[in-house]
Design a protein around this ligand. Structure first.
Ligand SMILES: [Zn+2]
Length: 156
């Protein structure tokens, strides 16, 4: 299988790719653990250019608020029939994924609140077909679960 380099993922994170190429990346990311890791590394590198997190609790609240905003925006746009802007085009989305991974690794309590929150935010009336975004989020959580499993095995 052909893989993308971290530099290539960096371009993806920075939204420097054409739409077609972008879709190829997304499709590949969905089915490749190796590239998911490269992607997360790229997000981490990009993260250095974003504001520092001074307070984790405040940051979590901020992430939740941003997710809610995006969901609401997406819902409104699909209701009025406009083509929705891909959530991938927001660098904040990438940052959120990386942050979610980091936070999960620090505390499962936060993870539970994120899943609960996600359930609350999802409104069945506004659901479209399972989106790429949802697929990626599912995959990220599955990936994190497997990481957690590996850690537990080491503990034994
Ligand atoms: Zn790959």
């Amino acid at each position: 299988m052909m893989h993308y380099s971290e530099q290539e993922w960096m371009k993806y994170v920075k939204n420097e790719l054409d739409k077609d190429v972008r879709e190829e990346y997304e499709n590949h990311l969905y089915s490749c653990d190796q590239c998911l890791e490269s992607y997360l590394m790229a997000v981490e590198a990009e993260e250095a250019e974003l504001p520092m997190i001074s307070n984790e609790a405040d940051f979590t609240t901020l992430v939740m608020a941003q997710i809610a905003d995006v969901k609401r925006e997406t819902a409104q746009k699909s209701l009025i029939g406009k083509k929705k802007k891909s959530i991938y085009q927001s660098s904040f989305f990438h940052y959120s994924i990386a942050a979610a991974v980091t936070i999960l690794l620090m505390t499962t309590g936060v993870f539970q609140s994120i899943t609960q929150y996600a359930e609350n935010v999802q409104n069945p009336n506004l659901q479209e077909e399972p989106s790429m975004t949802q697929g990626l989020v599912d995959k990220t959580f599955a990936w994190m679960d497997s990481l957690e499993g590996k850690t537990k095995e080491v503990d034994k």
